[in-house]
Design a protein around this ligand. Structure first.
Ligand code: NDP
Length: 254
């Protein structure tokens, strides 16, 4: 009998998979038997994740993909479909953050954040969904952020992009349910052990934030990967349109 959470043979496309949360998610899904397609803007980073998957005995495909470029996205999706098959699981994880007080931002910064975090998510979902619709099954798991639920100073535009991802996810959950496609979001709180975390919580800020978190530590990429693994499993079969914070109790949004 297959173990609970077993994902043997499932094709799992993960964006921004070359580092941090995306790499941890790729490894977690591979541990459960899935074949990750690791998409990243940096080819060598994607290849590093594929090598890490191979090192634990799994199989993965590394694909260079800039989520802000629709031609790059369709080429990546077509490659995944032809080499691995239609994705069963899509994890929209690629994202950037640029912290600056709103009055000090400019249009170029707004457009950059919206382009990667929101348009990129739309592009990958738009290019992938028809393949899931055709086989009447799929799981889409989007990495939002607690910042998009509660707001953070110095992060106004980032918060807006993440709120947009989470709102669109709910609309898509309603649209796609008829095709047996579930759409859910994971909303991490502060995650310290990633490249983004290094920038955001360096110089002692992480320790200060950890003191405000009920569980008294920053989150890890693995903490997020665990919850993505849950959403990808049959244990979450009756969940769609949900946003789950992974934040050690920092926000406790009801
Ligand atoms: P990292 O910066 O560590 O990793 C993000 C990966 O995405 C990098 O490999 C990055 O490449 C890649 N990427 C960036 N732009 C693109 C693009 N246009 N196309 C494809 N890939 C791209 O970030 P995290 O792992 O910390 O974050 C992952 C997700 O989690 C993001 O969506 C983030 O907003 C979200 N999140 C993170 C939190 C945190 O505290 N760390 C908290 C809440 C949410 P490169 O390095 O070249 O930029």
């Amino acid at each position: 009998m297959a173990e609970r959470g077993d994902l043997t043979g499932k094709v799992a496309m993960v964006t921004g998979a070359g580092a941090g949360i995306g790499r941890a998610v790729s490894l977690r899904l591979a541990e459960r038997g899935a074949v990750p397609a690791a998409l990243d803007i940096r080819e060598e980073a994607a290849a590093g994740t594929a090598a890490a998957v191979a090192a634990i005995g799994g199989k993965a495909l590394a694909v260079q993909c800039d989520v802000t470029n629709y031609a790059s996205v369709t080429a990546a999706v077509n490659r995944v479909v032809s080499e691995l098959g239609a994705p069963d699981i899509l994890v929209n994880n690629a994202g950037i953050d640029i912290v600056r007080m709103f009055v000090d931002t400019d249009e170029a910064l707004w457009r950059k954040l919206v382009d990667v975090n929101y348009i990129g998510f739309l592009a990958v979902t738009h290019a992938t969904a028809p393949h899931m619709i055709a086989k009447k099954s799929g799981l889409i798991i989007n990495i939002g952020s607690d910042a998009g639920r509660i707001g953070n100073p110095g992060d106004a535009v980032y918060c807006g992009t993440k709120a947009a991802v989470m709102a669109t996810s709910k609309a898509l959950a309603r649209e796609f349910a008829r095709y047996n496609i579930r759409v859910n979001c994971v909303a991490p709180g502060p995650i310290g052990d990633t490249e983004m975390g290094d920038v955001l919580y360096g110089e002692g800020l992480g320790d200060k934030i950890a003191r405000m978190i009920p569980l008294k530590r920053l989150g890890t990429a693995e903490d997020v990967a665990d919850v993505v693994g849950f959403f990808a499993s049959e244990d979450a079969a009756y969940l769609t349109g949900q946003v789950l914070s992974v934040d050690g109790g920092l926000t406790m949004i009801s």
